[in-house]
Design a protein around this ligand. Structure first.
Ligand code: ZN
Length: 132
């Protein structure tokens, strides 16, 4: 089962918690055991799993990424958004979560975050549920 989520981002770089939308796809699938693949089909965005309880964690990750990947390098890519491409490669385009007992086996503090690096834009996220 494949479903496409729409994500509207509001700023140039931000993390958006999509855990509840992914949980809804799992619920609709009716699968009790399996795996949930979350894939972002963009070159300047990604997806990651990290703490969702304290919003300062995502803010800190973004702060350090923005510090590490400077806007001031002599990038060759003419579109001018090389920092976004580099951040997207560091974070990666996919995560996989185990489904057991009809639930995503995320840790207590974990959430799934869409990571925007070149917004604001309208984005897509593919969620594929399969039997393991
Ligand atoms: Zn580009």
């Amino acid at each position: 089962m494949l479903q496409t989520l729409s994500v509207r981002t509001n700023t140039s770089t931000e993390f958006i918690d999509i855990t509840s939308q992914v949980r809804e796809v799992v619920r609709q699938s009716g699968f009790s055991e399996g795996v949930c693949h979350v894939f972002v089909p963009h070159t300047t965005a990604g997806v990651t799993i990290n703490e969702s309880a304290d919003p300062n964690v995502k803010a800190d990750i973004l702060m350090v990424l923005n510090k590490l990947i400077s806007d001031k390098e002599s990038y060759r890519h003419l579109e001018g958004n090389s920092p976004a491409h580099i951040k997207a490669s560091i974070i990666g385009p996919q995560v996989t979560v185990i489904i057991s007992g009809s639930r995503l086996l995320l840790g207590t503090w974990q959430g799934i975050f869409f990571c925007e690096f070149d917004g604001p834009r309208s984005r897509k996220v593919y969620v594929k549920i399969s039997v393991s």
